[in-house]
Design a protein around this ligand. Sequence first.
Ligand SMILES: [Mn+2]
Length: 239
Amino acid sequence: MGKKLIGIVADIEIVKRDGFPSYQRIYSNEDYIEAVIQCGGVPIILPFLRDYSTVKEQIKLVDKVIITGGCDVNPLMYGEESEILSGEIIPERDNYDMMVIKSCEELKKPILGICRGVQSLNVAYGGTLYQHLPSRNEFYIQHNQKSRYDVGIHTIIMEKGTKLQQILGDSIIVNSFHHQAVKDLAPGFVVSAKSKDGVIEGIEKLGDVSVIGVQWHPEKMFLKCEQMKMLFYEFINNI
Ligand SMILES: [Mn+2]
């Protein structure tokens, strides 16, 4: 068995520096790539495509897909208007994420959704999001952390019997760089982790093909945290 090919959804950067102002670049953060390499996979960056049949051909080339972090999912996609404190949306990324998820469903390819990735998964399968956690009094924990990216800031508790609990154990300290989160869970999914203020931090799809979403950024912690490394290792090699 050769190494698994892991598609990593790219993101778009609009250049603000001098040289080529407003020039658009497709890129991936290096930590996603490094996590895949160090956990035994072969990373392949997936640029946005606009046409579903082409996306499906693209996804046929990889074994599994990581849907990465990024800007907010367009609230119109779950039936809401953008609230004042909702963030930037990039329609090309929304369209692409949805087509990747549909392709993976049809081709039975596993997905690991990270941060925005878990939100895309939930919306793609019919769930909704909180548009801005600090607007709700019940969410008192710092989910958009002020500390360095590899610093764990809050606890999450795993639900018994979930894949996430098998990999990570009963609880773990995670970093947190999000102001949105899963609100109404998509049909066909279970919650696999929550923070102590009740924010959904992990979800997974019922069924044979592993579709797992996490709200934190394991790729920014895997060098220092063995459990985060195990999450990538198990996703790439075993589930
Ligand atoms: Mn969090």
